[in-house]
Ligand binder design. Structure first.
Ligand code: ADP
Ligand code: ZN
Length: 192
């Protein structure tokens, strides 16, 4: 079973992922969570959401590191993957991640991935489109559009897109940052 949690920044992807992992744990399942080590916004050994919900997670430096960590866990577990594997921020992983996930899922384990569906330019992000296509369940979340009008009033519509505020690190697609660099925006305000 593959579950794919997507949306723009602040849409609650980390919150939804950790909620699902916590429930699997309550159900007595063997749960393991991963997140890339570049995502060090709040906590380093936990998946942290913008609302401070956390879940213990192992970090990985890149795709090769993630593979070796998951395969190590499998060999220590009598060649069986854990019941549930959660992975946050998967938009940064290469396309090769997709067959790797499929292999785990085909062996009978559940994989829950979370990631940005689009980059700040509105383009589908990394392996996410493929994961959405092959996922058994796709959860697309929205945030709240916080673009302000001339009077400083917040839009408040559902936001589906990440808007980049600052031009620092421009030219670099991967910029992990919180509310100081990005805003969640609806399509109309994103296009302004
Ligand atoms: P994501 O992983 O999608 O970036 P998180 O799970 O880390 O999202 O954070 C979601 C939380 O962020 C919300 O529950 C809310 O408390 C907070 N938040 C901050 N800004 C916004 C916004 N513009 N829209 C919705 N939630 C927001
Ligand atoms: Zn708006």
């Amino acid at each position: 079973m593959l579950e794919v949690v997507v949306g723009c920044m602040f849409s609650g992807k980390s919150e939804e992922l950790t909620r699902r992992l916590r429930r699997a744990k309550i159900a007595g399942q063997d749960v393991i969570a991963f997140k890339p080590s570049i995502d060090n916004r709040y906590e380093s050994e936990k998946i942290a959401s913008h609302s401070s919900v956390t879940f213990d997670a192992k970090t990985f430096k890149n795709f090769e590191d993630l593979i070796s960590k998951i395969m190590m866990i499998r060999s220590r577990n009598n060649d069986k993957f854990p019941d549930v594997i959660g992975i946050d921020e998967v938009q940064f992983l290469p396309r090769d991640f997709v067959p790797f996930v499929e292999m785990i899922v085909n062996s009978g384990s559940k994989v829950i991935v979370a990631g940005l569906d689009m980059d700040y330019l509105g383009k589908p992000f990394g392996p996410i489109p493929d994961l959405m296509a092959i996922g058994d369940k796709v959860i697309k979340l929205s945030a709240i559009c916080v673009a302000e009008d001339e009077m400083g009033k917040i839009c408040g519509e559902p936001a589906t897109r990440s808007y980049r505020l600052s031009s620092k690190n421009s030219g670099k697609l991967v910029q992990v940052g919180a509310s100081d660099s990005y805003q969640a925006r609806c399509r109309k305000c994103w296009n302004k």
